[in-house]
Design a protein around this ligand. Structure first.
Ligand SMILES: Cc1ncc(COP(=O)(O)O)c(C=O)c1O
Length: 373
């Protein structure tokens, strides 16, 4: 067999998948990164209508259908008071593709990308696929990313830094002051800030802020998606927003790699973004209740956990052997190091599961912790 490209040999299937494969079929899965709600009816119906009318049969413009890009622009006006030109939006196949084209378009061979550690698994892998070098930046004790640590890590080779609030895997939410600082760093150091905001609607305390609100330069690119905002992970519909010249470069990658996001999903996303928003509050309230159950449950078992203020993940400190013991006892959690060396000694728990199952899992996790202490 011929050799494979170095860039693909530098990455491997995520540690999350490996954990799933090791678990038994009837295990309680606290490893999944998706909301446990159905996609809103009006979004489904818009896709059905587009399919039945034939509107979803053909390619759409590369950047996506106009009504979707307008709905995305309207979302930024509504939520953050930011005016976005619909022409500066690319609809992508999930935030995953949005991150990919953002890095492909901005990272040169050997250039560095600063990533939170622990951080979402794609940041490291997509940087490597872009022939770049990921530079992990350690988090604070409260698991937020410190702008000063990012600033310290900037070198002549830095192409970009990635921020993610609310964050996977930690559930931490950046303060408004920190977001302002990230915008200043992007401006002053003339480096790109890629802001991954896929959990922006799932915040229990405080408010979501984007560096797009504060940057004076065009050095911020925002990635988002319907996956977590509207419980639409299967639809594969995300987007990236940035300055026209950046969009022009990103759309080159998107055009050749993807052509366009799936047409039916684009119609569903436009409806989700512009229709009733009740699901947002419903999901957030429900996740907050489950956050409380989890954090209190872990505390009762003397498992220390920074209190997550967003998303639907918690990252407690766990004794050695805890993850394997949980899996052996039928609860799947993900080892912290799957998200970077900074995750060592921790586990990621997704609480996007019903309260009763969660309580059962907490009991088992407590027993697992006792068994390995
Ligand atoms: C922080 C973060 N960014 C991006 C993604 C990718 O989301 P999508 O389903 O839109 O590709 C995920 C998915 O888990 C995520 O946690």
């Amino acid at each position: 067999m011929t050799d494979f490209a170095d860039r693909v040999e530098r990455i491997s299937i995520s540690g999350i998948r490996e954990v799933f494969e090791a678990a038994s079929e009837d295990a309680i899965n606290l490893g999944l990164g998706q909301p446990d709600f159905p996609t809103p009816e009006h979004a489904k119906q818009a896709a059905i209508d587009a399919i039945e009318s034939g509107a979803a049969d053909g390619y759409t413009p590369n950047k996506g259908i106009e009504p979707l890009r307008e709905a995305i622009a309207a979302k930024y006006e509504r939520d953050q008071g930011i005016a976005i030109d619909p022409d500066d939006v690319i609809a992508t196949s999930g935030a995953s593709e949005a991150l990919h084209i953002a890095l492909e378009a901005h990272v040169g061979a050997g250039q560095e990308v600063l990533i939170p550690d622990p951080g979402f698994v794609s940041y490291d892998a997509l940087t490597k696929l872009a022939d770049g070098t990921p530079v992990p930046v350690e988090l604070r004790d409260d698991l937020t990313l410190d702008p000063a640590a990012v600033e310290d890590a900037i070198s002549d080779d830095t192409a970009a830094f990635i921020i993610n609030s609310p964050a996977n895997p930690t559930g931490a939410v950046a303060s408004e002051d920190d977001i302002r600082e990230f915008a200043r760093i992007a401006d002053e150091h003339d480096v790109l800030c890629v802001s991954d905001e896929v959990y922006e609607y799932t915040i229990f305390e405080g408010e979501h802020h984007s560096p797009l609100e504060y940057a004076d330069s065009d050095n911020v690119v925002v990635v988002n998606s319907c996956s977590k905002l509207y419980s639409m992970t299967g639809w594969r519909l995300g987007w990236v927003v940035g300055a026209s010249e950046r969009v022009d470069r990103m759309v080159r990658v998107h055009q050749y790699a993807q052509a366009c996001a799936t047409a039916a999903a684009q119609y569903a996303a436009a409806a989700a973004l512009s229709g009733p928003q009740d699901i947002v509050e419903e999901m957030t309230d429900s996740f907050q209740r489950r956050r409380d159950i989890l954090v209190e449950g872990l505390e009762a078992h003397e498992i220390t956990c920074a209190r997550p203020t967003g998303a639907f993940y918690a990252m407690p400190e766990v004794p050695e052997g805890f993850v394997q013991e949980c899996i052996d006892r039928g609860v799947v959690v993900v080892p912290g190091e799957a998200f970077g060396p900074g995750g060592e000694g921790m586990a990621r728990i997704s609480y996007a599961t019903d309260a009763e199952t969660l309580r059962e899992a907490i009991k088992i996790m407590g027993e697992a912790a006792d068994a390995v202490r």
